[in-house]
Ligand binder design. Structure first.
Ligand SMILES: [Fe+2]
Ligand SMILES: [Fe+2]
Length: 164
């Protein structure tokens, strides 16, 4: 894999974090009863974007490691970004029900963890970027678990995922 392609992949994964953060900000505004919950998640997604940006900046010599792991993910990242971008537009105008957005968040957390970070999990590495993505994977798993717990506490049923 060449450097420009890798840069595109990194940019898409940063964009995905920022898009998810923005979507959660919409939910933060739209649902006062859940405002804190969405605010916290939104801030954490933004922090993920910064973390990716900074780690890549200080560790640019690891292109080969990344190339091997990232090669199939660009199209999936782009697709996820397009979907979430569409949701930001749609729900920015009129958010759906509370039940729908919580189920959506659950799906987003599973999906983003899977497409971006799953590949890194089995790899033992001293590489900073590999370690970063392992950390992010754990963090998305934790988000999914938190959304699920929040739904259970508020008696909101978990629906089958419908591809966002
Ligand atoms: Fe994230
Ligand atoms: Fe997340």
């Amino acid at each position: 894999m060449n450097e420009p392609l890798l840069k595109k992949i990194i940019d898409e994964s940063i964009l995905l974090e920022l898009n998810i953060s923005e979507l959660y900000k919409i939910f933060n505004q739209a649902f006062p009863e859940d405002a804190y919950f969405w605010w916290e998640l939104s801030e954490e997604e933004e922090a993920h974007a910064v973390l990716i940006r900074d780690t890549v900046r200080i560790n640019v010599e690891t292109f080969e490691v990344l190339a091997e792991m990232f090669s199939p993910t660009l199209s999936k990242l782009k697709e996820a970004n397009e979907i979430i971008d569409g949701l930001i537009r749609k729900y920015g105008e009129k958010p759906p029900s509370r039940e729908k957005v919580l189920n959506l968040a659950l799906e987003i957390e599973h999906t983003s963890g899977e497409i971006q970070y799953q590949k890194f999990m089995s790899k033992k590495s001293d590489d900073l970027i590999v370690q970063l993505y392992q950390k992010l994977n754990k963090s998305e798993e934790n988000h999914a678990a938190r959304v699920k717990k929040y739904m259970a506490e508020h008696n909101i049923p978990v629906k089958k995922p419908n591809k966002m």
